[in-house]
Write a protein that binds this ligand. Sequence first.
Ligand code: KG4
Ligand code: ZN
Length: 338
Amino acid sequence: MRILAFETSCDETSCAVIENGRSILSNIISTQVPIHKKFGGVVPEVASRHHIEDVLPVAIEALEKASCTWNDIDAVAVTKGPGLVGALLVGVSAAKSVAWALDKPLIGVNHMEGHIFANLLQYPDLEPPFLALVVSGGHTMLVEVKGYNEFNLMGQTRDDAAGEAFDKIARIMGYPYPGGPYIDKLAQKGNPEAIHFPVAMHGNHELDFSFSGLKSAVINYLNTAKMKKIEISHENVAASFQKAVISALVEKTEAALKISKQKTLVLAGGVAANSGIRKELTRVCNEMNIRFCYPESVLCTDNGAMIGCRAYYMAKEGLYSKWNLNANPGLGFCGEDK
Ligand code: KG4
Ligand code: ZN
């Protein structure tokens, strides 16, 4: 079964051809990062307009790279949410038009489920059940994946996503959007013990996260230093901030592993590319005798391949969409808002 999968939820226009769920025949990603860099973040209206220009050329390139024609496609998948409404609508409209013209089924996919399924592309033998820690620019959540179509949301952020905090702090320190990779690089050269930043929700029994207090603490530190004209080390700020994020993620993940008794942990979402997070979770999982999986960087950030993989397992259970499929920017998880 060959699925043509569209992903346009934020600032990457991507289209992939996935065969039998796990084999990537093509995964074309046209990034708008250089365009949004000028504004310090994604401008939704600009993103939508660029998706319109790019979506069909990217789909045609995906077919060419996969050595397929339109008629070789068995189903069409698309991210239906969460994400930016205008950006999502471009992908949904394109996917609907293609599916209708080809007379093939349509599959609307939850973007966060797609991020988790990127791991199935990376590890051919990986199967549910497992625990997933999803850390992206818009979400931070712990999800128990009980089956290919059975999810249990165990915890999530109560305010900012971890990636949002990375991007905001990098921006204040003068680094371009998206700032996560810059903080990652700086942190590798800094001292994580140099500055004490608070870890929210620490020591309680909840599995939720909170990053807005940490974000404010780092911003206050930077503003105070600026006002007092104190020279600061960007490396130490990055390392100390990243250490606080990692402690929160690791503490709640360890607790969720114990509660769920899962023996495999998968990391997903754009922030899963962070070297410090990967290193610390590798250490913890070794200690706990847990298998730890994470996708290569190109499968961590937004891409069509993860949507195609997710769609395959929905198609296997007949979870197709109707022609009135709409973009849902606030789409929740595990059946909420579906
Ligand atoms: O999953 P994603 O591509 O988009 C959303 O669905 O939100 O995630 C993008 C986020 C951005 O906040 C970006 O700064 C962050 O992933 N990111 C990183 C790294 N690479 C990307 N954050 C920390 N360290 C990295 N190496
Ligand atoms: Zn994403």
